[in-house]
Design a protein around this ligand. Structure first.
Ligand code: GDD
Ligand code: MN
Length: 370
């Protein structure tokens, strides 16, 4: 390759600041101002990773970038997810170090410089901005949210098998090549990118912590909701089982458990309140439980490929067919097991496991195929 002499005149920045955004058009200009002040003397850039926010955050980022080449925007369409956004931002960077910071000014940007100093010393792979160490604080967190956060942190440490004061922090800096190596193994769903990186990279990762105070959001609303919490539970389970169980399969099983509850509720209602015969009540219960499982799997397990309109109806019908075959295999495996080993619950469990695996494998291929 012949070198273009002009191409070598620009060196990549030392630090990329990755800012994931969803509806942060009002906060972004303020954050840029604060970064400019906080990072004087540093060769930095900012990559805004926006999931096509309806409030026009991407345009705001581009407008700022028009007069400041250090600021650019990666606009993702048809996708959502904080972890995936952070990951893509880090992978789009050329810098030696990358930091992730929220756009809503809850993180203290003046910590970026001390973080960078720490990274430059070379003995650290990741610096975490922590709310739970000496000198840090969760600021205006309500006691409820603080309890949830502290509990989630404890659980995370058990899964990690390592003691970190704030493994769920969304504010950290790392050597970018750490992420480059493990990127294909990281989950793109949910909020817990740091936890995922630390657990995937393994025990040899050298981690430092710097305390800060979590501020309240400047403008707009938080996107941390029940679905994000569910994702977190799934990630922990997947990690606890060393990725043996995928997030999707775990959700599929949890949905299956709700199906059992629905089944018995309908069965009870049919027999006691409606006075149906057992056969009819049982048939009704099966039909409702399958519809329940389909609806929940469509809304949670496969929400990224959710079926709507006509596709919802054909998907449901297909799911009925698959589940019926699953029920038959449940019965035959259960009967076979019971013939070998006269333990009713073991045979029942074996049959149920068979049908769950069948339903999962086939429906992921036929109902929610990409
Ligand atoms: N691109 C993209 N896509 N950005 C997103 C998405 C998404 O789906 N969801 C949220 N963001 C952006 C927000 O715009 C914001 O800049 C940042 O990610 C954090 O989102 P918030 O909705 O403000 O989260 P939070 O304040 O409730 O949670 C913070 O604290 C948690 C720990 O308590 C975050 O820092 C979390 O990362 C952290 O785990
Ligand atoms: Mn926030």
């Amino acid at each position: 390759m012949s070198a273009d002499p002009q191409a070598t005149t620009l060196t990549p920045p030392e630090l990329s600041v990755i800012v994931p955004t969803f509806n942060e058009s009002e906060n972004l200009p303020v954050l840029v101002e604060r970064l400019r002040a906080a990072l004087q003397g540093v060769a930095w850039e900012m990559i805004v990773v926006d999931d096509d926010s309806p409030d026009g955050t991407a345009e705001v980022a581009r407008r700022i970038g028009a007069s400041d080449i250090r600021i650019r925007c990666l606009r993702r369409v048809g996708r959502r997810g904080l972890s995936g956004a952070c990951l893509e931002g880090m992978l789009a960077s050329q810098a030696r170090f990358a930091a992730v910071i929220d756009a809503d000014l809850q993180h203290d940007e003046t910590l970026l410089l001390p973080m960078l100093m720490k990274m430059r010393e070379g003995a650290t792979d990741v610096v975490i901005g922590t709310r739970y160490a000496e000198g840090g604080s969760t600021g205006t967190f309500s006691s409820g949210r603080r309890w949830i956060s502290v509990t989630a942190t404890r659980v995370a440490n058990i899964v990690l098998g390592r003691k970190l004061s704030d493994p769920l922090s969304g504010f950290f800096m790392l050597r970018r090549d750490v992420v480059e190596g493990i990127a294909p193994k990281l989950s793109t769903q949910g909020f817990k990118i740091l936890l995922d990186i630390v657990s995937t990279a393994g025990k040899s990762l050298r981690i430092a912590e710097l305390p800060y105070t979590f501020s309240s959001r400047l403008q707009g609303a938080s996107k941390l909701d029940t679905r994000v919490a569910l994702d977190y539970a799934g990630l922990l389970l997947a990690k606890a089982t060393r990725n043996l169980l995928s997030l999707r399969f775990i959700f599929f099983c949890l949905v299956g458990l709700t199906g059992i509850v629905v089944h018995f509720a309908v069965l009870w209602t049919g027999v006691t309140l409606l006075g149906l015969s057992f056969e009819w009540a049982q048939t009704l219960a099966i039909a409702v439980a399958i519809a329940n499982n389909f609806a929940l799997n469509n809304a949670i397990t496969y929400r990224d490929q959710r079926l709507t309109g006509v596709n919802y109806i054909t998907g449901l019908l297909l799911f009925y067919v698959i589940s019926s075959i699953g029920a038959i295999s449940n019965l035959s495996v259960g009967t076979w097991l019971f013939g070998h080993e006269q333990t009713w619950w073991l045979a029942g469990l074996g049959g149920a496991a068979m049908s769950v695996v069948w339903n999962y494998a086939v429906s992921s291929m036929m109902v929610w195929r990409r």
